[in-house]
Design a binder for this molecule. Sequence first.
Ligand SMILES: *[C@@H]1O[C@H](CO)[C@@H](O)[C@H](O)[C@H]1NC(C)=O
Ligand SMILES: *[C@@H]1O[C@H](CO)[C@@H](O)[C@H](O)[C@H]1NC(C)=O
Ligand SMILES: *[C@@H]1O[C@H](CO)[C@@H](O)[C@H](O)[C@H]1NC(C)=O
Ligand SMILES: *[C@@H]1O[C@H](CO)[C@@H](O)[C@H](O)[C@H]1NC(C)=O
Length: 615
Amino acid sequence: MGSKWSPPADYKTRPVVVLGGGVLGRRIAACFVAAGYHVRIRDPSEQSRTAAIAYIKENISSFLALTNGRTKEGTYEGVEDLTTAVKDAWIVFEAVPEILSLKESTFAELERTAPADCILATNSSSFKSGDLLGKVQEATKARVLNTHFMMPPQAIVVELMTSGHTAPEIFPFVEARHREAGLHPVTALKESSGFIFNRIWAAIKRECLSVLAEGVSTPEVIDSIWKEQYGSAVGPCEMMDGVGLDTVEHIEQHYVEERKISRAPLEYVQQNFVANGRLGLKTPDKGGLYPPPKPGTQTKLLFLNVGLNEPLGQKSSSEYMHGGEVLSVIAEHSGGRATALISGQALPDGIDTFDGRIYWTNMGVPSENDGTVQSAKLDGSDIKTLVPVGEVHTPKQCHVDREGKKLYFCDREGLRVFRCNLDGSEREVIIQTGDWKTEPEKVKDQRNWSVSFTCVGVTISRRLNKFFWTQKGSPKGSEGRIFSASLELPNGSTSSNRPDIEVVQEHLPECIDLEMDDEAGVLYWTDRGEVPLGNTLNRKQLIGETPAAEKTLGRQIIAQGLGEGIGLKLDKALNCVYVADMAGRVWKCSLDGGLKEKIHEGPTGCYTGLTFVKV
Ligand SMILES: *[C@@H]1O[C@H](CO)[C@@H](O)[C@H](O)[C@H]1NC(C)=O
Ligand SMILES: *[C@@H]1O[C@H](CO)[C@@H](O)[C@H](O)[C@H]1NC(C)=O
Ligand SMILES: *[C@@H]1O[C@H](CO)[C@@H](O)[C@H](O)[C@H]1NC(C)=O
Ligand SMILES: *[C@@H]1O[C@H](CO)[C@@H](O)[C@H](O)[C@H]1NC(C)=O
């Protein structure tokens, strides 16, 4: 290494070039478009160039969201010819397929065609950049490095690594440019196959396979310990099943060839799984480390994303208010991935299922009389409007009375609790705490809701012949109350003067949704009030003797630390309660005193109602 390295001249106005518009190449390109650069994607295939451009166009907002406030992206184009693409580049990322000879000749060609101050980066993880320099001169080697991207925009760590010859001054410069894209760059201090994290992760996978091969434990136990220790939504065995055991085998093969390590974990995965076509989630009928699921044993959680944690300023306010979704996730070893069943909903809040259909409410704009109640088949098709705009103000939790075949739902700003048939007919008001048209102060001025009129959560008890609802009071105001009234309106009374209303619990931080275990006589609810008593999952024994644990508070806190917990559903078979929160997380809270376990987390999720079906 001769003279000291200095940054490429005028790099701000020179292009970033990505060679290869594949899965990773187009993502690297999008990162630097978001950072404001002009980016050229060079790919010999026209189809690949077009797909990469379409990817950036459609997904640029997710990359801009990483840059913490940048709203104006750079420009981008697809280019066929290499020489044209790189002639004035300040950095070239090569993301061509992982074939040694192809990568080597790419570097030789870049040495000839790119400017002499251009930084040359490879995305390879199988090859150290030092392995790719067989055909280039000594001086060029000083500006070659590895940049190993995980999977932006979801996984934003980038590991930088020397080729063994890279000028040390390159690293702080390249790190700073990656930070402009909102990425998290780290630099390995020397060359290493597998960089930093992949080596550690490979060791964890390898040791899990050894534990299984030696019969020391099971995938279920390994994953449960992992999740409990690290608060992670998925465990290592689920992740291996998720990426595919053939890929796990391929990576381990590489390490076995490079290092003097035991072949036993590799042979275990080859002989017991890959050879039998048991690759994990991609072979659902054969399974992987986990056996294929038996019908009826998996829990399909259905929950609502109200859409309010989406990056601001990139959608019109109408798109923003109609960005709600019905999502689903399999609670058992699915890798926590959620699928959208229904989208385009106006602030959805409450959800329940019955007899092959989903029922949910859309609040609409909370200050407008524009809520709706909807229903659809479990796969999201055949959407029907049960209560149209104009008939309900701001509908919240809904609950199907399975025996009576009725749908109950609260109307927050409408100051009511409703009940109707499952097709929306015979709709009746069963509780009325005020008239939102003539008593707007009961709705609008949240600061002095010293008496709470707004109805939020609802459920029923057939055993007690009652329904229950919450009036949450002002935010974090410790004015939350839970009420009950009988399923039949007493003779001679109306929804606003019925004499059978009882207070079940009061002075709650901010109680929200309700769930009744009729068999055990226990009422459960979420509370989004102030910690430590709020942001909790609670229970109260309504039938039989009050347990000792409820004596102090008149209720028992089962789980704490929810991020504005809303939806909840009891799973008797697994003795747990699932909870969704507005911080975009779905929790499984054990009723055996165990910790809560995170099933799923959506980076921009904001979740409200939740229910499930067994599949
Ligand atoms: C590098 O990018 C190419 C093209 O997108 C891809 O096929 C390859 O898997 C990537 N390599 C790594 C280690 O991500
Ligand atoms: C945008 O990203 C999503 C998620 O990765 C992907 O499914 C979609 O195909 C992308 N859009 C285009 C046009 O490639
Ligand atoms: C709320 O406070 C304002 C100002 O103090 C008062 O005029 C109004 O009557 C109050 N509303 C209720 C429902 O107490
Ligand atoms: C209410 O009135 C109906 C008919 O008038 C009667 O059959 C019923 O027993 C009454 N219910 C109660 C609780 O009094």
